[in-house]
Ligand binder design. Sequence first.
Ligand code: FES
Length: 446
Amino acid sequence: MENNEIFSSVTNFHTAFINGLDKILSSEDLKPASFNLVFGNAIYHHQEREFLERLESAKAKLAAAIDPNSTDDDSVIFLKLKDMKLDWQNWTMLEDRKINSWNVQLNKFRVLKPRGFSDLLITQVHLPFNGNDFNFNKISDPTLWSGEIIGRKVSLYYNKFPNKDLQTLLVLDPDQNKEQFLTEEDHNFVFEMTSSLSRLYNVSFGYNSLGASASINHLHFHLMIGIEKLPVAEDEWLHNGGSKTYPANIYVFNNPEESWKLIDKLNQKNVAYNILYLPGKVFIFPRKFMGTYKAVPWSTSFGWLQFSGNFTVYDEDAVNRLTEDIINEALQDASIKLEEQTGMGTYITIAKLEDVKEGKPHCVDVEGKSLAVFKVGDEYFATTGICTHAGGPLCQGEIVNGVVTCPWHGSQFDVKNGKVERGPAKDPIKTYKLRKTDTTLEADLV
Ligand code: FES
């Protein structure tokens, strides 16, 4: 296979993926860390019989050689792993389920992952690269692939604890030792790379900032190819033109420029975040720093994949107890509202254009606020939904010529600027800046 052919189809990627694992496995001096990495990825490939036979014999060889009293993380994982009952024909290590909108995967291997860097309390999104810490250049196993994509140097590594099949780690400019901190240039590049690879297959890139489940302070992105649609990308959600509100706060952009403005603000304000890049789209999830809220006991720490609607669960009992409400609550809990918690305002989807009709206010409850949204001719306006006189519901009032009348005592307000046109109200109402996408309205809720 020529160097860049790995990306030419999902089949080629899969072949290179398995061949690379096989290469690691055939090392004369196979260590528990390398075996565990191969095993964690192999559980998605139980149909690769020959490869799995080699995996079994490597396991037996390593089991005979290892000191049963070893206490380092990798040996401890291996010692548990070697006693796990593995039946390749009746495979029970993995099971995918759907809980309403969410994808839930029962993964019995993932439970072995020790608590690490990603679970530590980190309350900064920017820390300098430290050559003494673990980084990708210290990995002794061969990389899955190294080369250039659209003129940039890139290395692809296996993920030791993947949540999905063919989930790999892409390190940009590996020899430059960059910290895990997104710059405009790198953000633009990932946006372009996502679109470029999507000509061949479904592709997504994920990014976890420091404090948002990033496990290594060395610039990297998660690459997933050939995957099914992620729950966050489904049409049912308000941010995609549907009617359901996503439980985590989410900001969706169609271009790198606008999305960079938010990322830049988050970087400057030291707000942790996760990003999902899909072809032509960027989904940004501002969230709490790991360790500053109670992580759920039933899953891995929340990163971009969880915010996108995929959850890995360790045991059958936990997965049987999970409900849509439990997942929604967990997402809400890990998420933050920018305005309340950081003082940052930014645009958020509030309505579908088709739902806002001329001559009738449209009621919206978003981020704990009641809004009234109006269509006046070709223009749209949003105001608070609460009258300044005695709290009457403005979105149940009448709108005539750009003036809304409160249904309780008849106060009137100009919806363009909030000015009182008629009492008894004395104070103007708050108005919000709006912008339109093709199908939705977004408001700056400052
Ligand atoms: S509450 Fe609106 S006019 Fe009194």
